[in-house]
Design a protein around this ligand. Sequence first.
Ligand code: ACO
Length: 373
Amino acid sequence: MAANTFAHITGWGMSVPEKVLTNDEISEMVDTNDEWIRERTGIHQRHIAGPEDTSASLGGEAAIAALRVAKLHPNDVDLIIGATSSPEYIFPATACIIQDKIGAVNAGAFDLSAACTGFIFAVIMAAQAIQSGSIRNAVVIGAETLSRFVDWTDRNTCILFGDGAGAFVLQASHEQGGVLSSVMRSDGSGGDSLIIPGGGSAIPTSQQTIQEGQHFIQMNGREVYRFATRVMAKAANEAIDKAQLTIDDIKLIIPHQANKRIIEAAARGLKLPMERIVVNVHNYGNTSTASIPIATCEAIEDGRLNKGDQIVFVGFGGGLTWGALTATWTGPLTDEPRRLHITRYRRLARLRSFMRRLWRRLEGIIWGRKGSP
Ligand code: ACO
């Protein structure tokens, strides 16, 4: 344990696909309507991935934007944690694909699976790695293309989800602040409330699983709703207590954006006016692990979050999982105008990746002739 090392959030970024899908457009696909969706969820529209967008492409853009804010070079990143509920593959990890895209050649990268709570869990893991002294700089990414896992004939789920990505940079500093406390909880007995049943080792993909739509998100909405309203305020309060703060010290709560009614219930539980809670679910729908960093970027853009503010992130999701953390908001550690020449750097990262693939092929040919090394 490194004495007095704090994990500060020093960079943030987001990326959403261009295409917007409105409630009216969804009501042409399934038996629903704009009024029902707005009233029951607060969602007005969501962004949907185009053919070129993937979780890694959106996540990579968000990561680069966050590094730019932190004025940190990708070479200086030690760890990348990708929190995603819609990974590119079962393996390799989406975080590894992002690592290659952004040219973070000195970073270890892995995915963390905790559904929508994944971003909170990942920030906690990165902060603890920094506080322990084992790393200095981390990038945490929540990236989703959930539209590819949604059954667009199921009105119970297709109205809810959207695509996008958000990222934080976390850095070590001896200055007091950054991540102060955390709460992580799970209840696996509720796993089937929110599940993609097919395609894993329990139910491998087959013609039958595809015919039955087992590769799509299946959800017991009422059960998830009851669970979410039970845990949100409780987890936030627990994290606030652990940080030895009171609710009055908290400038803003940034909750997972799943449903406006769930957020309002959490606000009632915390006895907080809605002005102190960030809500943007109307524009993006539920972007799972990306929702908290996207909401954070918008809160900063709107001037609602400033250096020195105490904040709480709180979320819930499949698993079942839920968690919260408190932090003192920091922003970039340096005023130095260290510019990342992003276009040049991206080209370099692509060239490096190409050369590595080429070298691997050549090695294969050489060793193929000579036998194993
Ligand atoms: N349009 C019109 N009617 C609908 C729709 C729709 N899109 N969907 C359901 N209905 C109908 C139902 O069939 C039902 O009709 P019935 O009474 O005749 O049976 C009626 O509306 C009420 O249905 P409920 O399911 O009770 O509606 P509810 O008010 O609970 O809202 C919702 C449903 C929005 C899904 C809500 O339960 C919810 O938000 N749950 C939480 C979901 C969530 O947050 N999931 C993500 C978790 S995070 C993660 O890990 C990915």
